[in-house]
Design a protein around this ligand. Structure first.
Ligand code: CTP
Length: 408
């Protein structure tokens, strides 16, 4: 695909170097059109080296080939990242006083903007109005995210992560929309709950957001998806239930999840175990609510027994060509790095792909973002993603596609 990346004058321009790299790595022909201001943040040689194409900001170069409209005409997709408040205003007004402006006016391709600015500028009525105008014209906006801004401020205004921008931009062109046609995927999501008695359970903090994002990404890319949902955020689940390519079944305990996954795996091309499965269950579930009156002393002891490892079982019974993906939630300790622990788990579980993420009191669970390293069966890093759970999900499916094409 012929992709034009407009870069405007904001500090987030440095993140767009990675964005261009991602597009080039995916095999796209990328042409960077920086504004003059953007070049004060990242220089021209960097853009040329990373995009592997000549770069200019001027409409007066390459005039014979009418470069000022040629780029826009050739583009299948235009991404402006970062898009400053000034550029958004120029776009809304249709100004064309530089190569990016003429390119934007000359293109019929989908235009995706990733705004980046201070919160006050983002909330200013002029910017709000310009964004509304651009959206009305069909321009797609990605972000801005809420987070740390330059100078110690924080709030909405931070440019979205390159992975997310690329994922949403490619989805806008339909480039990724049907690359999993015919694939039957089973995805487990959420946290299991192991009953203690009729009112209490042992659970975990999983919201199911990552697993549901994996299911939705596959369905959007045309796979047939069975989502096996344990305890999840019901609002997020309703989005998946509404998707025509997603069937949802529910599972409460680890044993129920194991049974549901076991049944479904036989007919699946890919199984993704994103659920947070309880490693232990209570040996004897009480039919009556446990009462303090019955306790012998100041405390009670629950006897726990180990649950089957569903992922390991799937790997053992894997059919030829079937792909099994696991997750690893880690809290690195004792001098071991996240990657060390991930590699140990990859070796132990034997999955084709393991998505390793660090979790903690304020990390991983319930959040909308995730930071994940994808390891293959031999523990090699296939990709690292720091972005939305959807961006992580798309990276997992990209990696699955890679394995499928190597298996063929
Ligand atoms: N998993 C599973 N069955 C279990 C426990 C975990 O299928 N009984 C799967 C999870 O769905 C995930 C992967 O195994 O894909 C890793 O889960 P994680 O909780 O990180 O690891 P554990 O196997 O529980 O190992 P540990 O508790 O030692 O980290």
């Amino acid at each position: 695909m012929f992709v034009v990346v407009g870069v405007t004058g904001g500090i987030a321009a440095y993140k767009s170097v990675h964005l261009v790299r991602l597009l080039v790595k995916e095999g796209h022909e990328v042409h960077v059109v920086p504004t003059a201001d953007a070049l004060r943040f990242v220089g021209l040689p960097t853009w040329e080296a990373i995009s592997r194409n000549p770069v200019t900001t001027s409409v007066h170069e390459d005039v014979a080939r009418v470069r000022h409209v040629a780029l826009g005409q050739s583009a299948d997709l235009v991404i402006v990242a970062p898009a400053t408040a000034n550029t958004l205003a120029k776009m809304a007004a249709g100004l064309a006083d530089d190569l990016l402006g003429t390119t934007l006016l000359a293109t019929m391709a989908p235009v995706v903007v990733a705004p980046a600015m201070h919160t006050e500028m983002w909330r200013h009525p002029a910017t709000v109005h310009n964004i509304a105008t651009l959206r009305e014209r069909g321009v797609i906006t990605v972000g801005p995210d809420d987070g740390a801004l330059t100078g110690g401020d924080s709030g909405p205004g931070r440019m979205s992560e390159p992975e997310q921008i690329v994922a949403e931009a490619l989805a806008a062109t339909g480039a990724r929309s049907a690359d999993l046609t015919g694939v039957r995927a089973v995805v487990s999501a959420g946290g299991t709950r192991e009953p203690i008695d009729p009112v209490r359970f042992i659970g975990n903090r999983s919201s199911g957001k990552q697993g549901i994002a994996v299911a939705l990404a596959a369905a959007d890319r045309d796979a047939d998806v069975l989502l096996i949902a344990a305890h999840v955020d019901e609002g997020v689940l309703s989005e998946a239930s509404a998707h025509p390519r997603v069937e949802v079944v529910r599972a409460g305990t680890a044993a129920e999840l194991a049974a549901a996954v076991g049944d479904a795996a036989a007919g699946a091309d890919v199984v993704v175990m994103a659920a947070a499965v309880a490693d232990y269950r209570v040996a004897e579930v009480s039919d009556a609510k446990l009462s303090k009156d019955a306790a012998a002393g100041p405390g009670i002891t629950l006897h726990l027994v180990e649950n089957d490892d569903i992922l390991a079982g799937l790997v053992q019974s894997r059919r030829d060509g079937q792909i099994v993906v696991g997750f690893a939630a880690e809290t690195p300790q004792d001098g071991e790095t996240l990657l060390d622990r991930g590699r140990r788990k990859a070796a132990r579980k034997g999955a084709d792909l393991l998505a390793v993420n660090q979790v903690g009191w304020a990390q991983g669970f319930e959040a909308d973002r995730n930071e994940v390293t994808l390891l293959d069966a031999s523990g090699e890093v296939v990709a690292t993603v720091d972005g939305t759970k959807r961006a992580v999900a798309d990276a997992i499916w990209d990696a699955v596609r890679g394995i499928r094409s190597r298996n063929k």
